[in-house]
Write a new protein. Structure first.
Length: 291
């Protein structure tokens, strides 16, 4: 998990539609009635032209926010197909139509793991489970909100195990929040995720290592030999230096658009300092630390 770019704003028209729907929820008196109202309105949210237009825009903006092209912002692997309520509407109906409460997630993370689970942080910074149909006694969820919080402040991928490790200096509250997020989404228990993170690390190394060799090449023929059959950068009108710059831009796009960007983050933060092979590559291509 990484923090999403929340600078993207909705149009006033879409915000007005969300406010209208949220006001209908807020006008209901009891908690259970608010939940039922939120669920009913969510099911019918695209029942008119204004709703279709607003939620089409919402989906497009959330897709732009995705860490890579259209991938789940929780597992960073599967297709992000669902508009996910970070704070579940069945426990927090007051956030059912709040823009800051949305991100795109895959169906497996959304309905297979997160579901309507709710855990909150009490006044002693302990995790309290909230049963269904019960109003949460505390309002802070034991779950990282990547729209408003930076997951990198809580945890990082361990590049030996390819599981998330929490930082030792976290407060009790933040430690509990991070641990519960990992537990709810089963981020350290899903074998396919762990294997894919390892594959991503291999991919990132292969691309940066290949780029290093390309930047050292002394002829266009040498560069052509180093490119894969799927790299389409050769242009007879470019000088060798211009070609290298175009290739560097392309490889940067490759990395930024690949799955499991949390792995790339861990490589930049940890491997660049600790692993000689990575250190050499970042010494040669220091700008990659900012990719």
């Amino acid at each position: 998990m990484l923090q999403l770019d929340s600078s993207l704003e909705l149009s006033q028209e879409a915000l007005d539609k969300l406010d209208q729907l949220q006001n209908e929820v807020d006008l209901v008196v009891s908690f259970q009635q608010k939940v039922e109202k939120a669920q009913t309105l969510w099911k019918s949210k695209e029942g008119n032209i204004a709703g279709v237009k607003a939620f089409s825009e919402i989906r497009e903006k959330l897709k732009e926010m995705c860490l890579s092209i259209g991938i789940c912002n929780y597992c960073e692997q599967s297709e992000a197909s669902d508009i996910e309520h970070i704070s579940p509407k069945s426990f927090f109906p007051e956030h059912a139509f709040k823009w800051d409460n949305y991100l795109l997630a895959c169906k497996q993370c959304n309905t297979g793991y997160k579901l309507d689970q709710c855990f909150v942080i009490n006044n002693s910074d302990e995790v309290i489970p909230v049963p269904r149909s019960i109003e949460p006694p505390f309002k802070e969820m034991a779950f990282i909100n990547p729209k408003t919080e930076d997951p990198n402040r809580f945890m990082i991928i361990n590049t030996q195990t390819f599981k998330f490790s929490t930082f030792d200096d976290l407060s009790k509250k933040d430690k509990n929040k991070a641990d519960k997020t990992i537990d709810i989404l089963k981020l350290n228990e899903r074998d396919t995720l762990i294997a894919a993170r390892k594959s991503s690390a291999d991919y990132f190394y292969e691309r940066i290592d290949r780029l290093s060799r390309i930047l050292k090449a002394t002829s266009i023929d040498e560069i052509e030999c180093l490119l894969s059959p799927y790299d389409k950068y050769l242009d007879s009108d470019l000088s060798i230096d211009q070609l290298k710059e175009e290739i560097k831009k392309g490889f940067k796009r490759n990395i930024l658009e690949y799955q499991h960007p949390s792995v790339w983050h861990a490589i930049k933060k940890v491997e660049s300092q600790m692993t000689p092979k990575w250190k050499r590559l970042f010494d040669e291509i220091p700008e990659a630390l900012n990719w």
